[in-house]
Design a protein around this ligand. Structure first.
Ligand code: BG6
Length: 461
């Protein structure tokens, strides 16, 4: 897609249109894309749900539920609501009639977006294929899934087999919204456009890397999903492993989609850990078992600490730490790269006064980069002090700062799948998560009240 190009004839069919994701992320992102003219004004969004609503009452509901600022007078013209039983295959015939009668269905860029729970995937895929809403191999038709894709390797494989009957891999978009975040895309730019990092990115220059995603909220109203999932499946299998694959990948031949994905898979295939309590630690926040729709004796982990190795020549000997959890002291996602100690500084200064360089890629809450170097203390001596160079990404944006879903929806319509995990990425990440799950099979998570408490228990060794 060229800069400034307007994508025309877009049709979105959202299954699960009365769910949180649609109200919180999809509708605001679609509105932005139409209002900033990335999508033409005649873009149609067919919102599919089970609730007895009309387009008018759906929009009224959405006005109450969407918190972003939206010009509903214009956006309501883009929306249509269609009520159906998503689990009944014959209803897809009527859905097709509805779309044909209300939208320019032929020659459109059509996206079927499954903002539903994963169990509905087989029925929806079958329904839209049987009634010719989506044809296998038709490049103008795409199908989009939210994470998690499956619950483990076996179920993910099953889903994938099923999807392959109806769609080509190039039509399938598996969303991991972290990949749409500006600073996640920035990882590749920082790594591959700076000589200073290029030459030290590996065991010759780096001591350890920490990939962190802390959240202050608990499970809120998602107890029934989360209790089956836990932090390993909810955050690690997707967001954190994707971050790792970008940080640790070998330089790709080009920035073409499959060149990047090949190198990411190479990292995921080579993930290793020694399964012992120092390397794998799980916790559960105090009060989790009283959350709505959570089992009173639940053993689901709401916190994970994991030390892993990427067993490749570049990374041999460098530990990678994953830390993620809910109900912690703050909301913060970042990648912390600790470089090795400087080999000459001991001749002049004490080790403590010359800390190793540190690069922090800040994803949330403030997109940016912090780089710590050592500089001279102002004055007449050669005393050294750590100095932080701080880059604020958002501050540099002109106009609207794109939200992750805007970028991802635009890429789906433009047919660019670089920011969407390919099947083998999913496969290798589930394989690794399954190994951890099986190691943890009989373990109880440690109850925690604060991150401080956890921090003292985890080893970072
Ligand atoms: C989602 C998880 O994928 O990511 C949630 O299902 C989590 O449990 C969320 O809260 C975190 O995303 P973000 O963008 O707020 O860091």
């Amino acid at each position: 897609m060229k800069k400034g190009e307007v994508m025309k004839n877009n049709l979105f069919v959202i299954f699960g249109a009365t769910g949180n994701l649609t109200y919180k992320k999809l509708l605001p992102a679609l509105f932005q894309l139409i209002s900033n003219k990335s999508f033409s004004g005649d873009t149609k969004i067919v919102c599919v749900g089970r609730k007895e609503l009309t387009t008018e009452t759906y929009v009224d509901d959405a006005i109450n539920k969407v918190t972003e600022k939206i010009d509903w007078d214009s956006f309501r013209d883009n929306l249509l609501y269609y009520r159906m039983d998503i689990e009944s295959i014959s209803d897809y015939d009527s859905l097709r009639n509805f779309i044909e009668n209300h939208c320019q269905f032929n020659n459109s860029n059509t996206v079927f977006y499954l903002a539903t729970s994963p169990e509905l995937l087989p029925t929806i895929a079958e329904g839209i294929s049987t009634f010719n809403l989506a044809k296998k191999g038709d490049p103008s038709v795409r199908i989009v899934f939210e994470k998690p894709f499956g619950e483990d390797l076996a179920s993910a494989k099953e889903y994938n087999q099923l999807l392959k009957q109806y769609f080509k891999e190039s039509q399938i978009y598996r969303i991991d919204h972290y990949l749409g975040k500006e600073m996640i895309q920035n990882i590749l730019v920082v790594r591959f456009s700076n000589k200073i990092f290029e030459d030290v990115w590996g065991s010759n220059g780096i001591k350890k890397i920490t990939i962190l995603a802390k959240e202050s909220e608990g499970v809120i109203d998602r107890g029934s999903y989360y209790d089956r999932s836990g932090a390993l499946r909810d955050m690690l299998q997707s967001h954190l492993m994707q971050m790792l694959s970008l940080v640790a990948m070998e330089p790709p031949e080009s920035f073409e989609t499959d060149d990047i994905r090949d190198k990411k898979v190479h990292v995921l295939r080579n993930l290793k850990t020694d399964f012992n309590p120092d390397n794998v630690f799980i916790g559960q926040y105090n009060g989790y078992r009283s959350e709505r729709n959570v089992l009173p004796d639940s053993k689901t982990e709401t916190f994970v600490y994991l030390k892993v190795a990427v067993d490749t020549e570049r990374w041999r000997g460098v530990p990678f730490y994953f830390i993620t959890g809910k109900h912690l002291d703050e909301k913060k996602s970042e990648i912390i790269v600790d470089f090795l100690e400087n080999s000459h500084s001991h001749k002049q200064w004490s080790n403590e006064s010359v800390p190793p360089n540190q690069l922090i890629i800040r994803i949330d809450p403030e997109d940016g980069i912090t780089f710590q170097i050592n500089t001279k203390y102002p004055g007449l001596t050669l005393d050294v002090r750590p100095t932080i160079l701080d880059y604020c990404h958002k501050c540099q944006a002109i106009g609207n700062f794109p939200e992750a879903y805007e970028k991802l929806l635009l890429d789906i319509i433009s047919g660019d799948s670089t920011l969407f995990p390919r099947w083998d990425e999913i496969e290798h990440s589930w394989r690794f998560i399954d190994q951890i799950k099986s190691y943890l099979k009989d373990s109880d998570p440690i109850e925690y009240n604060s991150f401080e408490e956890l921090d003292q228990m985890i080893k970072y060794k």
